[in-house]
Structures are given as C-alpha cells and as structure tokens.
Design a protein around this ligand. Structure first.
Ligand code: TRP
Length: 369
C-alpha cells in the first residue's frame, strides 16, 4: 500500500513557533525523507470558517500568509501538494454522507471539540449576548475525516490536540467499511517525537501559544520582535537573584530550549554565557540546566542564548519569506495547481464512495425498477 500524508492548518493567523515544532518542521523532514508516495498539505479555510463565518476576509488573507509560512519553512510544491480546502468541493459531499455515520452524542464527547467550545464561549444558554455553537463548527471533526480519507491518507502528522479527531476519523472509516464494504483507508496519527514539541507553551508560560492570548512568536516576526518577546518571557518566579537556585520545571525558556537547541549551538553561541561577573562554558543543555538549578546562572544569559538559538532557526525562514513575498501571484499559481491535483484525488475517492454506497445511479447499469 502506498504511504500517503495529509495534514493541514486553519488559516486564522500567521503560523508560530508552536506550529513549527509541533508539525511544520516534521513535515519538511517527512517530505525530504522520500518515504512517502504522496503528500498533501491543506489550508483548511472551510474549517476556519466554521467559527469565523462573519469574517471570511480574515480567512482569505491568512491563506496567503500560511502558504508563505509553508514555503519559507521548506515545504516544496514539487514534492508536496499544497491546496485550499474549499476549492475541493468533493470534501463537502463526503462529509454529508459521513454525517450519517456519527451520532450527535459521539461528537459531544470529542474532548477537543468540548474544549474548543468552552474556549470560544459557545453556550447552551443562548439568552443575553451568549452565542450557541454553530452546527458547522460542531461537525468539523467529520469534515476532517473527509479531508483525511479523500486522499486515502495513511499518515496524519499533527499535534496531540488533534488526536481525538484522528480517532473519530478512524471510527468513521471502520463504520463506513463495515456498512458499505472496504473502501476507505484507516489513517495513523504521527505525533511529534520530542516531548518538548508536543505542546510548546506561550511566551507567558500558558499551556498553549495562541493568537488571542498574545503569547506567540511568529515565524514571520522580525529579529527585533523575537528578541523582545524572549526578553519578556516567563521563567521561574522563584529565581529572584542570580545566585538563587533556579527551577527548570515549568520554566518556559527551558521548554523552548528543549525544543530548539541543537548540539552545535553551544560552541557557536558560547559568548552568551560570558558575563561581566561570571562566565560559563557549556557543552550541552544538561550542563546549562544543572548550573541554573545550582544557582549563579541568570535569566538574562539563558534568554540571550535562547534568542540566539531562535534566530538561527528563524533567519533562513525569514530570508526565504522575503524572497517569496516578491512574487505573490506565483504563490497563488502554486496553490491553484495544488488544488487541481487535490481535486482529482478527492473526486476519485468520492466516486469509490458513491459506488460503495450504490448511489452512483447512472453508472451501475441498473436502469430497472
Ligand atoms: N484541525 C486542524 C487544525 O486546527 C486543521 C485540519 C483540518 C487538519 N483538516 C485536517 C489537520 C485534516 C489534519 C488532517 O490545525
């Protein structure tokens, strides 16, 4: 069986470091591994609209931002098909059939949906100025199953918050195949392999980077913005004096270092640990951590080091973005071509689905009563 990847993002904002360590970096590695027969990367505008129906312009503008983020991180249209969800209407038709295989109660139990409903303040009580849950939003796990199955994806690289979606997709596949015959492929989730990348906290130490919390470092942030954001980062509230023993647990700077640090960074940025009062030589992150815990290593130093590490990661991305921004029509053309390829794939699966359900009325030659 061929190995096929499908994954994607909602275009509700520019992509940030959480996206990068949680999925983007891995996608590029998977793409370049040559292990996959096909790779589809979807900009999920239709899903973004499920809770942004009043603001399609925001979604539209972010489609191009997300495409720029993808390409500047190294996704290569020659190897990965990048496309826009709503330009593949076959996905919507699949969803409509899958909806009959899922109960309202099962959707209500989906932990990610539950959490997101809470986060958005959707309420059962629609009085006053409270808003109920849009039906489209409630059903988006089903639409996500369409996204995955339309491409016969075997592998879905996503962050852990998407686990309930993949599980629901697998259930839909099993139900479909059991009811109508073997047609759809059950996908596997591929989680980030580094624990620090499972969930990168916001710069304020809150559990997740999110635009609404204003705690993101964006891939497209300038070097100055990154430096300023790291400077203001949450560390260890008990580490008042440089000489005090510091804590690593829950310390955002170390969580970022865990996610971004590479062995070569220690020699390259050794100057970050040279101070007026005290200097250190570190060969790896464990040594930095040990010194921080023992006391004497200040937040300034570890923040300067993190800034240097982040700039190393972000500078090439920023440079590529600047190049790409010179020719936006070319980006649109890349997306248009991607949509064409994606549509052909989804149409083939939809035909399989209609055949399996025997709703291919004019194709099965049964022109009888
Ligand atoms: N829900 C994903 C997100 O919020 C985006 C998405 C839509 C997706 N359809 C998908 C991810 C299918 C993986 C597979 O980022």
């Amino acid at each position: 069986m061929s190995k096929i990847i499908l994954t994607g993002d909602r275009p509700t904002g520019r992509l940030h470091l959480g996206h990068y360590v949680g999925s983007l970096r891995r996608r590029v590695e998977l793409q370049d591994s040559g292990e996959f027969d096909k790779i589809f990367i979807m900009i999920a505008d239709a899903q973004a609209l499920t809770d942004n129906a009043d603001n399609p312009e925001k979604v539209r503008q972010n489609i191009i931002q997300v495409a720029l983020d993808y390409l500047s991180c190294g996704l290569d249209p020659a190897k990965s098909t990048i496309f826009i969800q709503s330009m593949v209407p076959e996905l919507t038709e699949l969803s409509f059939y899958y909806m009959n295989l899922v109960t309202v109660q099962r959707l209500q139990r989906n932990p990610t949906v539950k959490q997101e409903i809470k986060l958005r303040g959707f309420s059962d009580d629609e009085s006053d100025n409270k808003k109920g849950t849009p039906v489209g939003f409630f059903c988006y796990p089903i639409s996500q199953a369409s996204d995955i199955t339309a491409f016969k994806a075997t592998t879905v690289p996503v962050g852990e918050d998407q686990e309930p979606m993949i599980e629901q997709c697998r259930e839909i596949v099993r139900k479909f195949n059991a009811t109508y015959g073997d047609t759809l492929v059950e996908p596997d989730i591929l989680l980030p392999d580094n624990a620090a990348c499972l969930r990168l906290p916001g710069t304020d130490g809150k559990a997740k980077m999110s635009k609404s919390l204003g705690n993101c470092i964006y891939l497209s942030d300038s070097a100055e913005e990154v430096a300023a954001k790291v400077k203001g980062m949450y560390t260890d509230p008990l580490h008042l004096q440089v000489s005090d023993p510091g804590h690593i647990e829950g310390n955002t700077v170390f969580q970022y270092l865990d996610a971004f640090c590479k062995p070569e960074h220690f020699a390259k940025h050794a100057d970050c640990f040279v101070g007026r009062k005290s200097s250190f030589t570190f060969n790896n992150l464990d040594e930095v951590k040990a010194q921080y815990q023992a006391g004497g290593l200040g937040d300034m130093m570890i923040k300067n080091f993190l800034t240097a590490v982040l700039q190393d990661t972000l500078e090439p991305i920023r440079a590529r973005r600047a190049e790409l921004e010179k020719d936006i029509p070319a980006i649109y053309e890349t997306l248009r071509k991607g949509c064409e390829v994606a549509r052909a794939e989804a149409a083939a699966t939809l035909a399989d689905v209609r055949r399996a359900m025997r709703i291919n009325y004019f194709e099965d030659g049964k022109c009888t009563l």
